[in-house]
Ligand binder design. Structure first.
Ligand code: GLU
Ligand code: ZN
Length: 295
């Protein structure tokens, strides 16, 4: 059954290899899509060349293939889309919805990460400056399919945020919203480290007239040393010859059944079985999960 209505995606950042936490997110988004016959796209979020690890892109694709996580259509690379991001930033700037910020790092110290608004009405020119999006003094809320109701006051809790850095690199928040809409993504399944990015993305969607996808944020995996396996975590590539046992462990992290009989199945067989039995309601309703509980 092919359901053309559901479009999901996996969007890794090549600042490192896939780790167990990213495998859990990939498996969840893959199964949520395949369980309803939906499409599953792959987008490489290579917006930040200085932070990219050499060989990570190829290693990520290789791991996905070995783990049976086959995507639909052509891989999209954000590095190919600078023209689109530039045009959008220019439009927001011209409309006065965004402005240039020349604050030094030092000037921003002590504001707890919330931009204090020095440049808000200064009318600085856009070149050689960061570009910030003005946020409304409003609470944005959504209902996550696993984490439940989530809300955030953009003015008080986030502040005007950067959409293009001073060095010319585009921000994740801007690119993810534009690309999800452009690719027709209507279901976002990803790690809970991005829960607090979602209200910024909802604001951008509203501003740009895009429809809001459904969201499902899966628990972030915590290592025995207390390390969160989020996007900034560096670890070696997942072993190519351990696909089935690690997929079974990922299924366990997601609260899904994984019968012992499937221990000898191929990655593809295991995922096909799991897609038929996928139940999002079983995913643990927590933002963090200790890896040690899964063995
Ligand atoms: N590229 C982001 C990451 O690796 C994920 C973006 C998303 O799923 O929205 O953490
Ligand atoms: Zn400023």
């Amino acid at each position: 059954m092919q359901n053309s209505a559901y479009i999901g995606r996996f969007a890794p950042t090549p600042s490192g290899y896939l780790h167990f936490g990213s495998l859990v997110a990939a498996v969840a988004s893959y199964l949520d899509a395949r369980s309803v016959g939906g499409r599953w796209l792959l987008r490489m979020e290579d917006l930040d060349p200085p932070r990219e690890v050499t060989g990570a892109q190829a290693a990520i694709l290789d791991t996905l293939e070995r783990y049976g996580l086959h995507w639909d259509g052509e891989l999209v690379r954000q590095s190919d889309r600078h023209g689109e991001y530039a045009a959008l930033v220019q439009r927001l700037f011209d409309q006065g919805l965004a402005y240039a910020c020349i604050c030094s790092r030092k000037q921003l110290e002590g504001s707890g990460g919330i931009y204090p608004g020095h440049c808000r009405n200064a009318g600085h020119a856009g070149h050689d400056a960061a570009i910030r999006l003005r946020v409304p003094e409003l609470t944005y809320r959504f209902s996550d399919r696993v984490q439940g109701e989530y809300s955030q006051h953009l003015g008080k809790e986030v502040g005007d945020f950067v959409i293009r850095r001073r060095d010319g690199l585009y921000a994740y928040q801007l690119a993810v919203v534009l690309d999800d809409a452009w690719q027709g993504v209507n279901n976002v399944v990803r790690g809970a480290d991005l829960l607090d990015s979602t209200p910024r993305q909802l604001y951008l969607q509203e501003l740009l007239g895009f429809s809001q996808p459904r969201y499902l944020h899966v628990p972030l995996i915590i290592q025995p040393d207390g390390h969160k396996l989020g996007k900034s975590y560096r670890s070696p590539p997942l072993p190519g010859d351990q696909a089935t046992p690690l997929l079974i462990r990922a299924l366990r992290a997601l609260g899904q059944p994984a019968p012992d009989e499937l221990a000898d199945a191929s990655a593809e067989e295991l995922l096909a079985w799991s897609a038929r039995h996928w139940d999002a309601a079983l995913v643990p309703r927590t933002r963090n999960l200790a890896e040690s509980q899964l063995r």
